[in-house]
Design a protein around this ligand. Structure first.
Ligand SMILES: [Zn+2]
Length: 178
C-alpha cells in the first residue's frame, strides 16, 4: 500500500511537470534581448540540423518550413503592448523592422508598413501568384507576407504581415548603440 501510494505521487508529479512543459511551449512570448545584436556581414547559411538546434520548434516551423503562427496568440498580445524598439531576425540577428513602422491593422499578426532595413527583407511572389511572401534576405527565413493597396492610412499602404515568433525585440531604452 505504501509503495503504490508513492508510485501514485510520482505519477502525479510527472503529469504536473509535463503539463507545465506543454504550457511553457505553447505560450512562448516573443524573443527579446537587452541590446542590439551584432549585424551579420554576409549571408547566414546553416544545415537543417543546425537550425533545429538553434530555433524553438515554433520558430523552426515558421522560419524554415514557411509556417504561420496562430493569429491573436500570445506573441501577438506581447507585440501589441511593446513600446519603441527594433525587431531582429531570430535566425541571424539581421535588423528587419522597428516600432516606427508598426501599425495596428487588426489582422491578428504583427504589422508594419515598411521594413526598417529594406536590404534585409526580400519579397517573393508565391508560385500561384496570389500573395507576396516576405523572407529574411540574410538567412532566408520565412517571415510572413506583404499585402498592398488595402487602404490603410500609412505612408506606403503596404501591410507586412509578420509572424511575431521569428522576431527578436530590443526595446529602445535598452538599445546601447546604433
Ligand atoms: Zn535572418
Amino acid at each position: 500500500m505504501k509503495i503504490s501510494l508513492r508510485i501514485l505521487l510520482l505519477a502525479l508529479a510527472s503529469i504536473a511537470g509535463a503539463t507545465f512543459m506543454i504550457q511553457a511551449q505553447t505560450q512562448q512570448p516573443m524573443a527579446t534581448a537587452d541590446q542590439a545584436p551584432e549585424q551579420p556581414q554576409q549571408p547566414v547559411i546553416k544545415t537543417d540540423a543546425e537550425w533545429r538546434k538553434q530555433l524553438t520548434p515554433e520558430q523552426y516551423r515558421i522560419a524554415r518550413k514557411s509556417g504561420t503562427e496562430r493569429p491573436n496568440g500570445e506573441v501577438y498580445q506581447t507585440f501589441k503592448k511593446q513600446g519603441a524598439g527594433t525587431y531582429y531576425c531570430v535566425g541571424c540577428n539581421a535588423e528587419l523592422f522597428s516600432s516606427n513602422e508598426k501599425f495596428d491593422s487588426h489582422c491578428g499578426w504583427p504589422s508594419f508598413y515598411d521594413p526598417s532595413k529594406a536590404k534585409n527583407v526580400k519579397s517573393i511572389i508565391d508560385p500561384d501568384g496570389s500573395r507576396i511572401e516576405v523572407r529574411c534576405a540574410v538567412c532566408d527565413a520565412h517571415l510572413g507576407h506583404v499585402f498592398k493597396g488595402e487602404g490603410f492610412s500609412t505612408p506606403t499602404d503596404k501591410r507586412y504581415c509578420i509572424n511575431g515568433a521569428i522576431l527578436k525585440f530590443v526595446p529602445e531604452e535598452l538599445k546601447k548603440s546604433d
